[in-house]
Ligand binder design. Structure first.
Ligand code: ADP
Length: 370
């Protein structure tokens, strides 16, 4: 075996790390994971160590056998990332970029020249005179947790009791939500995929449609350019999702996620280069792959945990019904509302693809039974 093939260390061993395993194996790149537990989604199928991602010494030891360290979630304290960097570890994305994915107020400040909802950071109800509005915890939120639509001063007072500092934003009555995935390498090479429309229910993304069909081509182009500009501005290395709202001809930046992202899962089945392979290429400073779509449309549906616990048996029915569907299981314990897998269909008949994906998703989670 050639010694030249590098090892990538990933902090986190959830489904995003799991979906990196296939592309890494194909490239001959070794993956090592820093897992929370041996039963984590990716730890089940990949070499790993178990530890606490807040423990700098443990991460320094982990990093010794790796050529580069990257992550699959945003919870690693910035001080830990900086600690790794100052001990000579190559970490991508670097702490100077990662902060804008972790701290929503820092992101708003950094991107003040980009279109965004009006915002400010507050710690008391007296600083707010307009309702309804959106309040967000500055860091640590995900899947809509840590985001509130606030209708009154009393509601705000209640939230401030548990979260003393909040980012508040103008409530944008958007037509649709989109995400643009971009990738950037240390050399500054950058690519982006077609914008994806994300459909959310109760703060969780349930369906994505690529390319986003609710927006005109000039908005799509503008969104892609904005995402590429932001990637350069923040100096990200790896893949990043730029979430945006679209209202008429206007685009508003919502937030950044510096890692492979749910809105890019369609790329596994619908793009020449998927986001997980692209992330590996980027953090290894290899030339980036072609992000073109392989079919006219890609529709992805998240499988959310429901009453059913057996996720294998539904294959019989669904695979016979729709041979073109692609299934992705995360092998996580089924809990109500938790993302436990996804299903993707690609092709040219958008209505059919959407129906098939929605059916499969609902059948898998137990919402329908035929
Ligand atoms: P998370 O960290 O959970 O992804 P987001 O900042 O993406 O949080 O917010 C979650 C959801 O809340 C968004 O997908 C959107 O539907 C809604 N939302 C967030 N900010 C605003 C806003 N300023 N105006 C209207 N809706 C918003």
């Amino acid at each position: 075996m050639s010694e030249r093939f590098p090892t990538v260390g990933v902090i986190g061993a959830g489904q995003l790390a799991r979906m990196m395993v296939g592309p890494a194996a194909a490239l001959g790149v070794k993956l090592r994971l820093f897992a929370h537990s041996a039963s984590d989604s990716a730890a089940q199928i990949c070499e790993h160590v178990v530890g606490d991602y807040k423990d700098l010494e443990a991460l320094k030891n982990f990093a010794q056998g790796c050529d580069v360290i990257t992550f699959e979630h945003e919870l690693i304290p910035l001080s830990v990332i900086k600690g790794l960097e100052s001990s000579g570890v190559r970490v991508y994305p670097p702490s100077t970029a990662f902060i804008f994915s972790q701290d929503k107020a820092a992101m708003r400040e950094k991107l003040s020249n980009y279109p965004a909802p009006h915002w400010k950071v507050i710690s008391s109800t007296s600083e707010v005179d307009q309702y309804p509005m959106i309040a967000k915890s500055i860091s640590g939120g995900y899947d809509g947790r840590g985001v509130w639509k606030v209708n009154s001063q009393d509601e705000l007072a209640e939230i401030l009791k548990t979260t003393p500092q909040l980012l508040i934003e103008e409530l944008v009555a958007f037509d649709c939500e989109i995400a643009v995935m971009v990738a950037r390498s240390p050399h500054g090479q950058a690519t982006s995929w077609s914008p994806t429309e994300t459909v959310q229910e109760d703060g969780i993304c349930t369906l994505t449609i690529t390319p986003a069909t609710s927006i005109d081509s000039d908005i799509a182009e503008k969104a892609q350019q904005l995402a590429l500009d932001i990637a350069q501005e923040v100096g990200v290395v790896g893949v990043m999702a730029v979430e945006m709202f679209v209202k008429g001809k206007n685009i508003y930046i919502n937030e950044l996620a510096m890692r492979p992202h749910n809105s890019g899962h369609w790329t596994i089945d619908g793009s020449t280069t998927n986001q997980f392979e692209q992330h590996l290429r980027a953090v290894l400073d290899l030339p980036l792959g072609d992000p073109s779509m392989t079919q006219a449309y890609a529709v992805m549906g998240n499988i959310l945990g429901g009453d059913k616990t057996d996720m294998y048996r539904p294959y019989l029915h669904l695979m016979a019904r729709n041979p073109e569907l692609k299934f992705h299981q995360y092998m996580k314990e089924v809990r109500v509302g938790r993302k436990i897998g996804h299903v993707t269909a690609t092709g040219s008949d958008l209505l059919q693809l959407t129906n098939d994906v929605q059916h499969a998703r609902d059948y898998m989670s137990g919402a329908i039974d035929e």
